[in-house]
Every structure is written in structure tokens, then in C-alpha cells.
Design a binder for this molecule. Sequence first.
Ligand SMILES: [Mg+2]
Length: 453
Amino acid sequence: MNRCLYRTVRNLSRFTNKMQTFKLTDYDAYGFDLDHTLAKYKLVPLMRLCYESACDAIINNSGYDSKLKDDIETHKDFLCKGLFLDADKGNVVKLSHDGKILRASHGTKIMSQEELTAAYGKDLHWEHFNEAKMNVKSCGEILLNLQAGGPQEKYTFWEHVYDALNLNFQPKAFSDNSGWFFPVLKTDPQKYVQASSDGVKQWLRDLKQKNKCVFLMTSSAVDFASMTAEAALGPDWKSYFDLCLFNARKPGFFTDNNPFVSLDGVKENEKVSDLQPNNCYSKGNLSDLMKYISKQTGKDKPKVVYFGDSLCSDSFPANKFASWDVVLVLEEMEAEGYHPTVKDLECDDDKEDGEPAQKRKKRNVNLDIDSEEEHYLLSDMWGSFFYHEEEDIKHDKHMNTFWGRIISHYNAIAVPTIEYIAGMPISHQYQRFGSEVGNTDGFSPAKPKPLLT
Ligand SMILES: [Mg+2]
């Protein structure tokens, strides 16, 4: 393409992107994930508990040396969202949007360029990139050290790690009070879950209007989810929703045809296909949920927006299989340099509900941040979640990491916390992510620092 034509196409695409806006009042139904979305966790105590419970499980269940469990503080720079695990080679890798290995560690030690080339070849392309892209599956935060010792042909101890995670996080561990995670969490939920502000509660009430539908949909089982929802929203948490859905098995909820199951307290009862308002259900599928939303809103094709934090379980399937728009709640935005303040809530929207902006009663939200939390979210070792400078050949500050591409592709907008969006007028107009790979227009109130030109 000649340079002139390239510029025209590029300017045209910028112009088109500017036209793409997002407004909550345009939707008929508002769906919410619970963990890390409506229920904001206090990340430092939570990460500490995840790490310690994983160590306890692997030591006690698989007979590892108790020295494996040391202070997570020592490893906090190693913790980073969105890394992949090359289990056979014992490596943790960070990927670019097109499958190149940007950085890798063997165990917790960063690999040199020579070690990278020896393991992955000159082009550093990860052989499992296409599978990763298909499954959008991350190994998440790797909390365990690899056992000491030199590189091996193939590492096989991951099954012990998997067993440990399963022991701690299988849903029945909550009711059985087994494993090393739930028994501790249950003793003091408020230590791990942040109480929502009055502003968030008011915002949920404001969304719940005639011919609109507000629903909770979480993959957590009803017993665990009830505890976290109460810790976040108080004992009357169910009153904020027209429908509460548990054990939703996302992303399978969007593609499989599991029937909904009625609940008697925390006990699963019988299969149902006709959902009733002000009720709780377990499992379920997209088609029956859409029938319910259609009936409640009186719309043949209701417009749904879903709020979630997981790119794999929320954004990707909700957008791809249900054509819902997604608001991504992304704590890394805040950690990577942009803290929303009261000033960000002062937007120039003319009116909401007929009231001039200056007279409008503001919802009282909580924008405080925990600086210790930031240290756990940021990683010098791995760099930005969104951007890798060495790969930015065009110097246009588009997102060029694996997850950066997923963010712009499957989400309408991204916000750092529910508290921020709850403080904005419901009729506020946001700019959406554009269609180019790694577009950054949809971050609100502003782009994370590494993406600023
Ligand atoms: Mg979640």
C-alpha cells in the first residue's frame, strides 16, 4: 500500500472509531459477574492466602518438603496476570499478540536471550500459541516455586500442583470445610472482600428500572457466592437483582445446553426452563436466560451488557457466543499508573433524568487505592500487561501483548473498578474500543500509562 493511501485508510479508521460510543442507558439488561467484579477482593491478604493454602496442600498431600512454603513477599515481583505455563519445559512465558515469546522464566529465574533461543528457536514463536488462542486459557498467577535443581527433559510434578489447587478450590471444599483455603476464608470474609460503597448500591438500584433486568451470574456455587455477595453488598444483597444465577460454568454457559436447576437454600433441586423473577438458580444456559430477559424487558432482541473481570470466562464467550457487550473490570489499569479521582467523575454530560449535571446528586463511591496492592499487581520482571516496547515497531503505542489483543477485541470498554463506573451518570457516553488490533480507545477514564503517546 502506498504511503498516502495508507494514511487515508488509517485516518478513516480513526474517524470511524471515534464514532463508536457506549452508553449504559442503551441496554435492556445488565449482568454482573461476582468475584473480582462486583465483589472487589483485598488482593494482598487474598494472594497471601492463595499462596499459603497451595503450599500447605502440596506439602501435606504430596509429601513435599515444608521449606517449599516461604514468604510470598519474596516472590511478589514474579506474580503477574496473564502468563502461560509451558509445563513440559518448566517455563513460564509472556506472549505477544502474534505468539512470540516476549519474556520467559525457568522456575522463577528469568531466561537469558541465549537460553530462550536454545529452548524456542530463533524466531521465539511459541509452538502452543494457536491452542492458547483457541482456548484463551491462562495459567494465571503462578504461586509456587519450581523445585530446586537443573533443567530436566520433561517436568511431571504439575499433577501435584493441580491436585493441590483442586483440593483447595473444588466447590464441595466450602461445605465440607476441607482443604486449606475455604476454612480460613470463612472465618473472616471481611478480611478478604471489600465492602461496596453506598454509591455502588445506589447505582445498582438506579439500573433496576421498569422494563430493565439486572442479574447476577457467577460460576461460584451458591454457598460460597452468598458469603462473598453478603460481604460486598450486605445481608440484603439479593434485593439488588431480578435474578441470581450460580454455578453458571462459564464459559460453557454460553455454548452448552445445561438446564437451569432450582435452589432450595443451598441445595440444588429440580430442572427448570421457565425462569421466574426474584429467584435464584444454579447451572443453566444462554437460550433459557435470553427467553427470560426477553419476557421481562418486553423486547424481542434485548440488548445485554455484562460486567466481568475474566477475559477467558467473561469477555470472550459473552461477546463471541451471546453477542453481549462487555464492560471489563481490569485492576491492572489502576496499578499501571492511572488512579481515578473525584475529578474523573466530573464529566460534562448535560443532563441525567432531566436534572442539570451540577444539581445532580452524586453517588458516593470509594476510589481509594491500596498502594501495597499495586506492588503485588505490578511486576518489573514481566513488564506491562498491555504493552511491550521492544515489539512496538510502528511506535504507535497500540497494545501488543497477547492479552492486549484480547482486551480490545472482545470488550466494549474497560474500567479499573466498579466503583468508578458507579460514580458516573448512567447516561454517560464512553468511547468504545475500535476494531484495529490492540486499539486503546475503550479505556475509561484514561489509558494506562504505558499506552500514552
Ligand atoms: Mg470474576
